[in-house]
Every structure is written in structure tokens, then in C-alpha cells.
Design a protein. Structure first.
Length: 187
């Protein structure tokens, strides 16, 4: 998902073919390889490359990225859902969270991350009904941080000795996030 976010900033979306997915006991871990093809904007220096498929604008490019991530999610869930002990909505939420987090962490600055997340995950699309939850949060010391609220649950609170939820948990309020961020030592 992070590579998808990085490609968004480069104004490209990698093409993923099903045969490029590797899941199962023969590989050490699930992985995804992009095919050589990609979608790009008409002004991209590589738009004339035979592997390129130019799309008219950034909205079309964001739609392609959503469709690629959702296609990967559907393929993965079709294969692993029968053995999963979680509902499909929870598992699909993990893919959404991965994309939203990738848009957050994959770039150079907060303003660009917010713009990318808003463009790629506007909400109400056929692929993902939820909108990006990425938003700025100002701590008590006046520092601005980006944060988000997860759609799926990572179950961190089961591992934490104090039983506390993770920073992006849907059960964690912005007030609690603000309190935690104020305690951070970063400049």
C-alpha cells in the first residue's frame, strides 16, 4: 500500500496483474509484485512508454489506484476468507487502513498527505465507502501532528500490558490522541 502512495505522489499508479500476486505456503510471506505497466497523466515523461496507459486527470488516476487496491483485496479475501475468523468487513477495512496509512506515511509533508488522502479516498466510491480519516491534530504544546482513525482493529490492546488501545484506534478519542502527542519528545 505504501508503494501505491509513493506512486500517487509521482502521479503514477502501478498495474497489478493477478498472476503477480504470491500467497501461500510456497512463498515465505504474501507479496505483491506490480507488472511493468502503469497508469499516468498525459504530461508524464514516460507517457509514450508502451507499458504506460495515460488517464485524463488526477481524479481518474486516483480511481485507478482505488480499483487496483480493491482488486488486490478481493483476490486476497477470496483466497483467505474461508480460513479467517474475522468478518469480511473487518478484513476489507484492513486494506482501507493500509492505503490510508500509506498515503499518510509515504510522503514528504502533511499538506501533501492530506491532499492525496482526500483525492484517493474521498468516500462513497464503489471500491471504498469510507473517506480517509487522516486529519491534523494540534497538541497542548501547539505542535501539529497528522493522525487518523482506523476502520479495522489491530487488536493492539490485547498485547499491551496496560490494555490500552493503539493511537489510531477508533475507540481512541482525539482528546486522548492530543494528550499522548503532547507527551512526545519530538521537536
Amino acid at each position: 500500500m505504501l508503494s501505491a502512495a509513493v506512486n500517487t505522489r509521482r502521479q503514477r499508479s502501478p498495474r497489478r496483474a493477478r498472476r503477480c500476486s504470491q500467497h501461500g505456503h510456497r512463498s515465505s510471506s504474501p507479496s505483491l509484485r506490480a507488472s511493468p505497466g502503469f497508469w499516468c497523466l498525459p504530461g508524464d515523461p514516460a507517457a509514450d512508454d508502451p507499458a504506460a496507459t495515460p488517464v485524463p486527470d488526477e481524479a481518474a488516476l486516483a480511481a485507478v489506484l482505488r480499483a487496483q487496491v480493491r482488486g488486490h483485496a478481493d483476490h486476497f479475501l477470496a483466497r483467505y476468507r474461508p480460513a479467517a475468523r474475522l468478518p469480511r468487513r473487518s478484513l476489507l477495512g484492513a486494506f482501507f487502513d493500509g492505503l490510508d496509512t500509506g498515503l499518510w506515511l509515504g510522503g514528504p509533508d502533511g499538506e501533501q498527505a492530506l491532499a492525496d488522502a482526500s483525492a484517493v479516498l474521498p468516500g462513497g466510491t464503489p471500491e471504498f465507502r469510507d473517506a480517509s480519516t487522516l486529519h491534523p491534530l494540534t497538541d497542548a504544546r501547539g505542535r501539529v501532528h497528522l493522525t487518523r482513525r482506523s476502520v479495522s482493529c489491530c487488536y493492539y490492546f490485547h498485547l499491551d500490558a496496560a490494555g490500552e488501545a493503539c493511537f489510531t484506534c477508533a475507540r481512541t478519542t482525539d482528546g486522548e490522541r492530543r494528550r499522548q502527542a503532547t507527551e512526545w519528545d519530538e521537536p
